[in-house]
Design a protein around this ligand. Structure first.
Ligand SMILES: Cc1ncc(COP(=O)(O)O)c(C=O)c1O
Length: 374
């Protein structure tokens, strides 16, 4: 088995920890343990400080599952807690692995989507989220890619890195199409419910869909390493429970309690992410208009990332490298197999974003490929 290099995480790990302005991260404003505990009532704080550091339950702590179920408006039984959306993706790909199987994925998309099935020898087929198509997720293109060996179709809304979204009507049409054919429809919603235009409703309402969600992106507390699946099918659910019991047994107890507090206080936490993303996206609107001779973009419909491109059509890696040398971290598009683009996260820098854009603007004005080697 071979896992392809994780170009994005290699890049982030190299630069993220010492950079002045991080515009590569796809998360939002940060929170400390203290901040989260300050949102809890006295009893919960007491529970947090005095809980025993023992194994939790493989399905997830009861009270955490209840909080998720209430937020997602689903029965508690449908909730399977995972160590981040990452573990959910591993379990899911592991379990669709059958001889001759194929899976249908977005391109560009989060690398794990393709790396996992490729490592298992599952055929990957890609629908394009094209800039020529205003980053629209085209359901007809997805349908055309399927055949009798298609096991799974994955939709990521809002999409990382483009910020593309799908309409409720399109998602429902895809749900009907997949249910009829016995194909698993997976909705990765880790950036939900952060939107900048039309909002998409969670696929948790669709009886045959599998939802993957986490606390890393919209909630922006990735350090709790808590994600979950909503799975209405009891057989699949049992398989996910078994996979998780083998992979990691359960989540960390500390993270589970913090996760539960965050979900119960979601109006505050998601409100902060949305407010930061909205404010910074307005600044980015102006920035992109000012630099339209060098940079092109399509405004994201949701999430906290944009996927601009260099109008020259050149590979953006030297551009990102030169920007990093000047204290601005972007993520090169080749990490998403679209080399002329780069990913720009607009919520993680929080209140520092205007300063980051000022520095980035100076860099863009001075940019010429010669700089890359200077
Ligand atoms: C679309 C998408 N899904 C899943 C993940 C995995 O996130 P985590 O394991 O932190 O929950 C990420 C992380 O970048 C992502 O962008």
């Amino acid at each position: 088995m071979r896992l392809k290099p994780f170009l994005l995480d290699t890049w982030l790990d190299q630069y993220e920890h010492g950079i002045e302005f991080n515009l590569a991260a796809s998360t939002g404003p940060t929170w400390t343990v203290n901040d989260i505990l300050a949102l809890a009532d006295e009893e919960t704080r007491h529970r947090f400080l005095n809980h025993k550091l023992v194994y939790s339950r493989p399905a997830g702590a009861d009270t955490l599952r209840e909080a998720i179920a209430e937020m997602q408006d689903v029965p508690v039984d449908s909730v399977q807690v995972m160590t981040g959306a990452s573990e959910a993706l591993v379990a899911m790909m592991w379990l669709v692995n059958e001889p001759g199987a194929n899976v249908i994925l977005p391109l560009p998309g989060f690398t794990t989507f393709s790396a996992l099935p490729e490592s298992l020898g599952i055929e990957t087929r890609f629908y394009r989220v094209r800039r020529e198509n205003q980053f629209r997720i085209d359901v007809d293109e997805i349908k055309r890619l399927t055949d009798s060996h298609t096991k799974l179709i994955l939709v990521n809304c809002p999409n990382n890195p483009t910020g593309a979204t799908i309409s409720d009507a399109d998602m429902e049409a895809l749900h009907a199409f997949t249910a009829e054919r016995g194909i698993q429809l997976v909705s990765d919603e880790v950036y939900h419910p952060i939107y900048h235009g039309r909002k998409t409703t969670s696929a948790a309402r669709l009886p045959h869909a599998t939802v993957i969600h986490d606390l890393s992106k919209a909630f922006s507390i990735a350090g709790v390493r808590t994600g979950w699946m909503i799975e209405h099918d009891p057989q699949r659910r049992q398989q996910y429970w078994t996979a998780r019991a083998y992979f990691s047994i359960c989540n960390g107890t500390t993270g589970e309690i913090l996760a539960e507090i965050a979900i119960r206080q979601r109006d505050v936490i998601l409100g902060k992410t949305q407010e930061t993303a909205t404010r910074n996206l307005q600044l980015l609107d102006r920035f992109m208009a000012e630099h339209r001779d060098v940079l092109g973009w399509i405004r994201p419909q949701g999430g906290m990332t944009a996927f601009p491109w260099l109008v020259s059509g050149e590979d953006a890696r030297p551009f990102c490298q030169a920007a990093a040398d000047r204290g601005i971290l972007l993520a090169p598009g080749d990490c998403f197999e679209v080399p002329s683009h780069f990913r720009l996260g607009f919520a993680a820098a929080g209140a520092e974003f205007p300063k980051a854009l000022e520095r980035f603007g100076k860099f863009v004005k001075s940019w010429s490929p010669k700089l890359a080697t200077a």
